[in-house]
Write a protein that binds this ligand. Sequence first.
Ligand SMILES: *[C@@H]1O[C@H](CO)[C@@H](O)[C@H](O)[C@H]1NC(C)=O
Ligand SMILES: *[C@@H]1O[C@H](CO)[C@@H](O)[C@H](O)[C@H]1NC(C)=O
Ligand SMILES: *[C@@H]1O[C@H](CO)[C@@H](O)[C@H](O)[C@H]1NC(C)=O
Ligand SMILES: *[C@@H]1O[C@H](CO)[C@@H](O)[C@H](O)[C@H]1NC(C)=O
Ligand SMILES: *[C@@H]1O[C@H](CO)[C@@H](O)[C@H](O)[C@H]1NC(C)=O
Ligand SMILES: *[C@@H]1O[C@H](CO)[C@@H](O)[C@H](O)[C@H]1NC(C)=O
Length: 483
Amino acid sequence: MPPLTFAVLLHVLYMTFRLITAVADQCSGGTNIFTEIPENSPFGTLVSYLTFFGDRESDTIHLRLSGPDAEWFYLDGKAVRLNASEEKVLDREMLESPVLMVSFTCVEDGFSPVEYRIIVQVMNENDNKPQFRDETTLAQNISELAAVHSVLFSTQAEDADGDILMYVIDSTSADAKYFRIDLPNSGKIVLARALDFETKRHLEVIVHAVEMNTKERYNSSARIHVNVMDGDDQYPQFLPCNFLSHDGVSVCVSPVYTTNITEREIKTGPLLFLPGAIHAEDGDHELKTPLIYSILAGTDHGYFHIDNITGAITMLRPVESRIHTPIYSLSIMASQVNDAKKYTVTEVRVRVLAANSHPPHFGQAQFQAFIHQDDNTASLVLTYSGRVLFLNVVDVDFADGFNPLIHYSLKRQSNHSQLFQVTPSGLIVARTNRLHALERYTLQIIARDEESGETASTAVYVEVLRPGQADLETIDEDSSQIA
Ligand SMILES: *[C@@H]1O[C@H](CO)[C@@H](O)[C@H](O)[C@H]1NC(C)=O
Ligand SMILES: *[C@@H]1O[C@H](CO)[C@@H](O)[C@H](O)[C@H]1NC(C)=O
Ligand SMILES: *[C@@H]1O[C@H](CO)[C@@H](O)[C@H](O)[C@H]1NC(C)=O
Ligand SMILES: *[C@@H]1O[C@H](CO)[C@@H](O)[C@H](O)[C@H]1NC(C)=O
Ligand SMILES: *[C@@H]1O[C@H](CO)[C@@H](O)[C@H](O)[C@H]1NC(C)=O
Ligand SMILES: *[C@@H]1O[C@H](CO)[C@@H](O)[C@H](O)[C@H]1NC(C)=O
């Protein structure tokens, strides 16, 4: 084949093809479209113009938008516009994806459909405020032992627009001074000063979350309630406390427990103490840590035992004699079971009393006695048998009847008690120079056992004789004398 013929053929073919495409392909000439649109844009906002060759009004072509996001758009001539409404706002935060994809199909009669893609990126606007997680009111339980400068808890807010947030403590909130935020973006709340359950159990603070990178700087607030929980920072205390004030702090001073026992007797059951049963409690009243009791010192001879759980003290054996040890002083300790270094110590005093089954008594219901008026400042009152009046009180609890703890006194009602005195050994001394002959006195005498508190009483009739007068009337009477 000559070369010319071949060239002519090519040209014919080319011309034919051009003619066909020019007439038939109105849908060609378009491109895929990439564009963007701000969220919240109103109905009718122009998204893009379509660029295919054909005329939108032509009867021979059909246009169609399809795909899951197609209902966001509609065609207006060769323009693609936004289909939004008050009920159907283009909200970037509500979309599954911020990129909308639609297929645009152009069909011309007698030709294969042509498809283009429209890809629309929805641009973010700052249309959301930060929002605290959970409720805006948060409750936190924090131990009073939490270390100052440590992170107590985190507050977290979210911003649907993805804005960067900064957290600020509201310095006007009630207990703001207890809290601090060291890293403004973290929401980590740091303890700025020590907590104390015993003085403050509840704190309140307001935290703001503020947008950092927006011009609106939207913020929201959370009111946070902090319950201060009791921590183990108090020592045990024996009760009842004797409260003493020291530097404005009320200090619990443990009581000294006292009781009485009787020599040669064993008491069964726990000893009863004043001011009350031996009992200690954890100073951290909310924790009430279990305590354990022990005797530290004072029971070398093994007379006493303390129940390590109840604190009750019992006798193991009787005290033989009170002469050697009239009083036992025990140091007792209560310590925390979970921390032996937290303890308290107090004293228990056990007095050993003489066995006392009999009250003291005077040998006589009354005594007759006399004294001579003279110039001496003091003289002993005598019996009519001429001996010194000796008010011996008998206490059968003692082998020789003599109780060394008897104390004598004159009853107030005795007339002229200032003229007479009773000595500890039971003698009556009179101020003779202030007495007058022929006077008669009635003295009421009381003898008291200082240990048991038991008393006996008697009357002493004293007659004042003239100087030198003989006690003639009763010379044979010896009834007043107690040997
Ligand atoms: C616009 O969207 C609404 C709701 O999805 C739909 O009912 C309506 O047909 C859409 N309008 C157009 C022109 O596509
Ligand atoms: C705080 O403690 C109380 C009991 O004291 C409890 O009822 C509450 O659930 C606790 N709250 C938190 C946030 O742990
Ligand atoms: C929070 O926003 C309000 C206005 O909405 C403003 O008055 C206040 O100062 C803001 N607070 C902070 C901590 O930015
Ligand atoms: C011990 O006895 C004394 C009297 O001697 C009394 O005052 C005290 O109350 C007694 N103590 C107890 C705990 O009974
Ligand atoms: C308490 O005493 C009992 C018996 O006296 C003993 O078995 C127990 O181990 C003691 N408890 C403690 C914690 O020491
Ligand atoms: C003392 O009191 C008795 C009666 O209680 C009375 O008989 C006597 O005269 C009084 N003596 C003097 C000195 O007042």
